[in-house]
Design a protein around this ligand. Sequence first.
Ligand code: SF4
Ligand SMILES: [Zn+2]
Length: 354
Amino acid sequence: MTDLEDWLVEQRSRRGVGKAKRMDPSVPAAVWHEEELLDGEVVDTMAAVVRTGGCSHDRDHGGCTMCGYASETPHRPPTVDEYLSQVRALAARRGDARWVKLYTSGSMLDPDEVPPVVLEAIVEAFDDVDMLTVESRAEHITAERVRTLGDPSRTEVAIGLESACDRVLDGSVHKGMDLAAFQRAAAEVTGEGASVRTYVLLKPPFLTEAEAIDDSIEAIEAAASAGSSVVSLNPVNVQTFTLVDRLHHMREWEPPWLWSVVEVLRRTAGSVPSTTRVISAPTAGGKVRGAHNCGRCDGDVVRAIEFHRLSNDPEELDAVPDCGCRPMWRSQLDLEGLMQGPFAPFGYRRSSVR
Ligand code: SF4
Ligand SMILES: [Zn+2]
């Protein structure tokens, strides 16, 4: 066990204390509707977080450095009846959604987390949607499990790759997975004719802003090569009881700039094939604990990123305002590697006044 894993395992014991006891295992953790682009059309989509016993990697190895999902895990796993009650609740909330995305705080394809009978009930409940997305860690993905998800032409499996660099995956994200494991899992999904959605991080701990941009671009290109139809760029945000939270509190790490999100989207628009859609929907975008800029231009930039997500048109990114904070972002890219410690002196960005 590494020092990092030791620390994460120790932190895990503190996460969710008190809160977990109040969680009802028969009720989904969250349900919301959003818009998605399906075959060139913007469609109503229901997204939900199914409450489960939690992520195997978190339970066994302390989880990833940026992930606070353990605080959303109930004090005991749901029973099968409680899971089925969640499925009924989700079906009742679907409305007109043509796309259903079901997340867990772990892996839908891990039979120890989501019993196969529950997965069957989910597939049956949503067998008439145009697209069903479920997420899973790579090691739980097999061709056989993908086949249980039904018609592959309307099935998408979401996988967190995060970075294509094994050193970053290990020492920065603590993902418990390497690039080869992702490639194997993606091949299992595409081999069955289903689609792959890949999550890529922007700026996990210990990377400078410029390194983070390059790392994301490399990961997006690797995800595209592995046959992903969608790559979602997730700028790291601050979640409670995580290493990122601790580093942020110590002023040793800052969320990425929104300009960096735009930069990655722009550069990959020219470098990945059109069969892969690269998008971003920054969690807490424009807020101190999420990707943000100076505070004046954040709303406009977040809106441009959202328009780009739903139009798949890189020109939306050219509509972002030319704010005075942009040269500051550029100077951080140029200078941060030359300095020791984070290049965000007091007063430099909004988050420094927290
Ligand atoms: S990011 Fe995913 S794999 Fe990592 S601990 Fe969280 S749920 Fe598990
Ligand atoms: Zn600005």
